[in-house]
Structure formats: structure tokens, C-alpha cells
Design a binder for this molecule. Sequence first.
Ligand SMILES: [Zn+2]
Length: 305
Amino acid sequence: MDLTDEFVNACEGLSVLHPEVTSRNVERRNELLSNCGAGATSVLDSVFSTMMSQNTTDKNAHAAVANLKAAHPTWGTVMTAPPSDIAALIRCAGLSEIRTERMQMILNTLSSEQGGTDEPSMEYLRALDNDAVKKELSRFKGIGPKTISCVLLFAMGRGEFPVDTHVLRIAKHCGWVSSSATRESAYNALNSVVPDEIKMDLHCLLVRHGKVCHKCAANGKPQFPPEDGPLVCPLRRCKSVSVKRENEAMTKTTMTTTTTTKKNKKQKKVKMEATKAAEDAAIVKDESDLPESASVVSSLPNKKE
Ligand SMILES: [Zn+2]
């Protein structure tokens, strides 16, 4: 099996386990197609939401963005408000003074470049190619490669595969990158081999899976352990481990193992049908533990970008 097949299989297997993730992405893609291709989320919304999710939990990042948006429906007044007011609104995400300083610096830079406008915008980035967007965004303090990759993928619908702590861990676990790979080297390697059409789904699925699967979570301790026990992990290397265990068990109790396998197959079939139905109906479930537009960013404290 070549690597492309492996990514496709991983994506299919994980979407059976986490149908809410792929359903949410159906909505995301529809949003990207709406509004003459400009999407429902502004580039600035995406940049600031993603920045807010650095070094905090998704829940706190989401709350901080919600507070900010409630008090300041446009970014223009965030630019001109007293820094202490902005910091108070986003305090739940931590590092509020630094976050405020960086946001206001970006807004002020954009405003002065855009003729002193009251409402600075990053929508001009939509007309640029990926390399130009990366160059443009990376000049701002606080906007690192992962944030840029998330903005390209989620706000602009580009074929990007952001690598966060969950993606890196699972990619190593599955042998997709070497065990010594860094986030940066894994990003470069995976971006060139993961098919564009599954980048959004596979990325989101790996992030979700890394939070709930006992075999794929950091230190075997998922942030959100499933209520009804550990998942049957569909990822290749994990699977080979579980197959081995099943074989060992078979020598003891053949009947039990066979029954379990049959039961798993049946559950998988039922789940696949359910996933398809959900996608067909474009039912969107809330990813409550994920931030607004950067829903895929790790909720574990990440390395500072
Ligand atoms: Zn797993």
C-alpha cells in the first residue's frame, strides 16, 4: 500500500469514528463557497482566532474570541480601544497583554498601509498565492507557520495541512514521518504527500482523534476519554498492535475474539452508514471544544510560534 492510500484509508477509518468532524467540514466547505468565494469568515477573524488558540485550551480561546466579538463586532474598534479594555475581554485565554499588543500592532500596521482606514482588512490576501500569503503574514509578530497554515486552509480553502502536536504525534506513530521529525519538517513532508482533497478532513480528524483515542493520545491519556471505553483505533500501526493482541487472545478464547471482531465489524458498518447519512443531510454538529475558525488547533499548550 503506498502512502497516498494510507492517508485515504486513515481518513476513511477516522471519519467513521468521528463523523461530527467530517460533518463540520462539509459546512466549512459550503461556507468557503458562499459569498462569491470570500467565505463566511474574514481572514482577520481567522488570523486572530488562530492566534488566540496558541498556548491555551480551545475552550478558553473560544470564550476569549466570543467576549471580544460581543464587545467589538468589527476589528476597527479593537485597534483604537484602550489596551487594558481589550486585555480584560480576553483574559480567560491568558497572556492577555501580549495578545492585545500583537493584535493592535497588526491592526495599526494594516491601517497605516491601507491609507489610515478605520477598518483594516486582510481580505487582499485572498488574491495572493500561498507563498505570497505566507510571506505577507509571517512579517507580523505572533503569526507563525502553523497559524498561517490554518488560515490558508480554513479561511481561504487552500490545500494546506497544518501540523499541530496531535498531527505530529500520530504521524510519527503511523510511520508517516520519522520519529525525530519536528513540526516544521513534518509540515514540509506531509504537505507534499497528503492529497489536497483530504487535507482538511485528515487534519481535523487527526486532531480530534489525538484527543480521544487511548492509543493515539499523548502518554496514552486522552483529554476527552470516550464514556463507553477506549475506541477501536483504525490507524495502521495501532491496528497491527490490536490485531496482535487479538491473536494472542484467540489462542485462549477463540469464541470470544471472533464474537468481538464480528461485533466491531457490525458497529463499524452501522457507524459508516450513519456518517454517510449525516454528510448527505449536511447535519452540522458543534465542535464545542474547538475554537471558532481554528477549530483544529491543539488544545494542549503548544510551542510558541
Ligand atoms: Zn488511535
